[in-house]
Design a protein. Structure first.
Length: 54
């Protein structure tokens, strides 16, 4: 089986939008786990990684 790969380059405007999306995602994730303690957050990450097979 051959695997094909495509190289994609972002224009400056695309990079700006991607940076904005990453910033908004970070805020949303922080709000989502805000009620959890540090230990609970670590447990959540471990459980999600297990589910994803990492």
């Amino acid at each position: 089986m051959r695997i094909r790969r495509n190289l994609v380059r972002l224009a400056a405007r695309g990079r700006e939008r991607l940076d904005l999306v990453h910033a908004r995602l970070a805020v949303a994730q922080d709000e989502l786990v805000a009620p959890l303690s540090v230990e609970e957050r670590a447990g959540l990450v471990a459980a999600l990684q297990k589910i994803l097979g990492r």
